[in-house]
Unconditional design. Structure first.
Length: 271
């Protein structure tokens, strides 16, 4: 028999990073929130520990952290004339399932969108004219975002410091910074942590690219280059380069996930 629970102010559908961040903002303002998660509860200890977490058959091949598409179908079609059919094998699209969602098994790449990404329609018309869009047909419904990069920059900054992103800024308030990406949009300040150590093959690539006049830079990553405490007081540890990031959970508290940057604090809140 169903149990009728006490009403709350808001419900998040899923308790991954998006649901956790939304819930945190709401409980801070005094709202009572419930998160619905169809997957299992799981924590860094004991669920993500060696040697089980390094099972390549289970996580890389059988994709144990992903949505079970034998039970929950997602359909796809190449154009509107086809009949949409279920996707039965995940490839690059890897929706997560379980507490923490896809942020448990992501690889940590932490890029920002560029200025032009927010006004792509306007920039396209400016460069090629309205006739270019008209020639693409009515199915092209491209629009500007309605917000600008400058409006979102403070939230990018806040997110990067929450995750403890490791990287090298290339443009701080319009000033190009040596060693970073000179073509990135302006940011308010440096990354919270320095870049991860450069591997040998990366050094070879950097030297070759530099000799050809290009601007290689270390990829910003939410894998920690040093121990770090984020603004919420959550402590993360230094990455040990085990190589199990994409499709795996981090056993070392060295990768930003809902479990490492917000959930333990959130779950203690009485709201």
């Amino acid at each position: 028999m169903a149990t009728r629970l006490q009403p709350v102010d808001a419900v998040t559908i899923g308790v991954g990073l998006t649901g956790s961040l939304a819930a945190y903002e709401m409980v801070q303002s005094g709202l009572k929130v419930v998160g619905f998660e169809r997957g299992a509860a799981r924590e860094t200890v004991p669920d993500f520990q060696s040697p089980a977490i390094h099972d390549e058959l289970r996580y890389s091949i059988r994709k144990a952290f992903m949505q079970d598409n034998a039970k929950v179908a997602v359909t796809f079609r190449n154009d509107s004339n086809e009949t949409a059919l279920p996707i039965r094998r995940w490839e690059s699209f890897l929706p997560g399932q379980g507490l923490g969602g896809s942020f448990v098994h992501w690889n940590g790449q932490s890029f920002r969108a560029q200025v032009a990404d927010f006004v792509l329609r306007s920039r396209t018309i400016q460069r090629y004219g309205q006739k270019f869009l008209d020639a693409c047909g009515p199915e092209l419904t491209i629009q500007d975002w309605g917000v600008t990069y400058d409006e979102l920059e403070p939230y990018y900054d806040r997110f990067e410091y929450l995750c403890g992103v490791s990287g090298k800024a290339g443009n701080i308030k319009g000033q190009i910074q040596p060693g970073g990406n000179p073509f990135e949009a302006p940011r308010a300040r440096e990354y919270p942590n320095p870049p991860l150590k450069e591997p040998y093959f990366g050094a070879i690539f950097r030297k070759g690219a530099t000799s050809l006049g290009y601007h290689p830079y270390p990829q910003p990553s939410s894998n920690l280059s040093r121990p770090y405490t984020n603004p919420l007081g959550m402590k993360l540890e230094q990455c040990i380069f085990c190589g199990f990031c994409e499709r795996y959970a981090c056993e070392h508290y060295a990768k930003a996930s809902a479990q490492t940057i917000i959930l333990p604090l959130l779950l203690k809140n009485p709201n």
